[in-house]
Design a protein around this ligand. Structure first.
Ligand SMILES: Nc1ncnc2c1ncn2[C@@H]1O[C@H](COP(=O)(O)OP(=O)(O)OP(=O)(O)O)[C@@H](O)[C@H]1O
Ligand SMILES: [Mg+2]
Length: 574
């Protein structure tokens, strides 16, 4: 709770004034029954119309003040809660930006989306309720009891029976329902995961005619959530008959005993009516407490989930005293790496190699052999388990993350563009590129031709995830984006898979000129893309099983010979 209070910064005036205005409304509500009993017992009983009018006017004014108080409270509490929600969401979003791939893998994007939306909204609603109800319920309850006792201490004994019965029922039922809400949020996560996977992969679903299967999968998650929610609500619903019964019994008791007091002349009818209103107010405020406790219990779960995001520290942090390398060479020294510590075998095993500036490294190997995993260790998208990755002799863990990532350009296997236009995507990598450098980046990525045919050229719109561009166009644009960054180390992870061989050759030539004294890592499945590299790494099952130039490997590496033979024919290795 303490952790969340700081998000109220800037809203304290609303937070303080809203409950005060609510107190005004409660006081007005408490005054009304007494004024009404005055009209009946004094005005009507004695036939004094002037008194009836005067008290009626008083009631009207009190009602107006009450309405203003209530409306003011609603407006201020809404402002406070929305400001709170926006600040919390922003902080969570900022925190998520600091996460490494490991934390994202652990917390899962779909769960993070639920936390940023559903959970924050839950907390927002709860805050609004606290600001309005938290003062209203006790004030209305205690105020009602005080006013009722003032009317008749004897009749007030009804509260002594009714309140404990109600409170026991509430505690029993609510304590059984509380734990169900944690599970409910998890089930919402599951629905979101299925929905997200389906919507992102909608093309694959259609291509595989997988709608029916997907419908079933969604139905499973959706029904699970609905059934769980319904069983929680069923338990809560048990409360309403109990409340109605207690209220009915209390009213009967009031009429029974109150009637006797009227008969003996100890109490006037107006006072009985006022007492009845106070009785209703007291019992309703207890109902309000139920509603609040329900909202609290859901908010508690939401709060824990939001705090989990805020408390998660990225495992990949800046060192206290960052060291800048003198040159941008890359060394891997007996590196082992696994995504989960519990995995029986690491994904990368004993990787050792070094690359000097100006060199071009080709990486080839079966699918799942660890190529992408290996290059992701260079910009510290993940950290090694043991061994060392260093740049110019400096362990990447000792370098500032900003410096490291500014000098390294990665084109990931999956080309992702952001909504905006082409220019904003090219500038996305940071740096202050002028128009010419953007054009040359596009040129080198062989994207000029198709961009020049677009109706708005560089300002052509890019929809979410770049879905209005073809696979090859997306790849070229994401390569251009990395080129525009002018990195010292460029990593292309299977980034030319969707371009034809001719374009690929042009891109390779441009790449050589562009990177010059930098290092390029090219992961490819086509031998043609890496054959002229200064060094080729052949990977199998998380290990480097071959290292050398194309001709060296052809001579002495069976696995490489196999790959070349399968693509270029037996004569290529003869
Ligand atoms: N985020 C992840 N979490 C857990 N395991 C992963 C993750 N990414 C990859 N792996 C596992 O690590 C192994 C190596 O994957 P990697 O992506 O490095 O292979 P790759 O050589 O790049 O394959 P491809 O040629 O298909 O791209 C695979 O067995 C894969 O299942
Ligand atoms: Mg890969």
């Amino acid at each position: 709770m303490k952790k969340l209070i700081k998000y109220l910064k800037g809203s304290w005036v609303f937070v303080i004034c809203a409950p005060l205005l609510m107190i005004v409304e409660v006081c007005c509500d408490l005054l009304q029954p007494t004024l009404m009993s005055n009209i009946i017992d004094v005005g009507v009983a004695s036939g004094e119309m002037a008194q009836v009018w005067a008290t009626g006017l008083k009631m009207l004014s009190v009602a107006l003040i009450g309405v203003c108080g209530g409306a003011g409270c609603t407006i201020l509490s809404t402002k406070a809660s929305f400001n709170f929600g926006a600040k919390l969401r922003q902080s969570m979003f900022d925190r998520i930006q600091t996460f490494s791939f490991k934390e994202i893998d652990k917390l899962q994007p779909s769960s993070l989306i639920t936390r940023l939306t559903n959970d924050v909204t839950q907390l927002q609603g709860c805050l609004r309720m606290i600001l309005c109800m938290l003062v209203r319920a006790p004030f209305s309850c205690i105020g009602g009891i005080v006013m009722a006792v003032a009317i008749s201490p004897k009749l007030s004994l009804i509260f002594v029976v009714a309140i404990p019965v109600l409170v026991t029922a509430i505690l029993l039922i609510v304590s059984k329902t509380f734990p169900m809400f944690g599970e409910m949020q998890k089930k919402i996560d599951r629905v979101n995961t299925v929905m997200r996977e389906n919507l992102l992969g909608v093309r694959v679903v259609k291509a595989f005619v997988g709608q029916e299967r997907e419908k079933k999968r969604f139905d499973g998650a959706n029904s699970d959530l609905t059934n769980w929610t319904l069983s929680a609500i069923d338990r809560i619903n048990l409360l309403w008959p109990i409340i109605t019964f207690v209220m009915g019994a209390a009213t009967c008791a009031l009429i029974w005993f109150g009637g006797k007091l009227v008969q003996t002349g100890d109490l006037e009818i107006g006072k009985i009516m006022a007492f009845m209103t106070y009785l209703n107010q007291v019992l309703s405020s207890i109902m309000m407490v139920i509603m609040m406790s329900l909202s609290f219990s859901r908010a508690k779960v939401a709060m824990d989930r939001c705090n989990e995001v805020m408390d998660t520290q990225s495992t990949i942090l800046d060192p206290e005293k960052p060291i800048d390398p003198e040159k941008w060479s890359v060394e891997f020294d007996h590196v082992n790496f696994s995504y989960n510590k519990t995995d029986p075998e690491p994904v990368l095993k004993d990787i050792t190699f070094s690359v000097q500036p100006g060199q071009r490294v080709g990486i080839i190997g079966n699918t799942g052999s660890g190529k992408s995993s290996m290059v992701q260790l260079i910009p510290r998208l993940y950290d090694v388990d043991s061994g060392k990755v260093s740049i110019g002799g400096v362990d990447v863990k000792d370098m500032s993350l900003d410096t490291l990532r500014q000098h390294i350009g990665v084109v990931l296997q999956e080309a992702v563009l952001f909504s905006g236009d082409i220019e904003s995507n090219l500038r996305w990598g940071g740096g202050t590129c002028d128009e010419d450098s953007l054009q040359s980046a596009l040129n080198d990525a062989q994207a000029t031709e198709f961009v020049s045919q677009l109706p708005n050229l560089m300002h052509n719109i890019v929809e979410q995830r770049g879905r209005n561009y073809s696979g090859g166009q997306k790849q070229r644009l994401s390569i251009a984006r990395t080129f525009a960054k002018n990195p010292d180390i460029l990593i292309l992870d299977d980034s030319m898979s969707a371009v034809d061989t001719e374009t690929e050759a042009k891109m390779q030539t441009a790449l050589r000129e562009r990177i010059g004294s930098g290092i390029t890592f090219v992961i490819a499945s086509r031998v043609s893309a890496i054959a002229d590299s200064d060094m080729i790494l052949v990977m199998e099952d998380g290990r480097i099983v071959g290292q050398g130039t194309h001709s060296e490997l052809i001579k002495n590496n069976e696995i490489y010979r196999g790959i070349v033979a399968s693509q270029w024919g037996e004569e290529a290795i003869a």
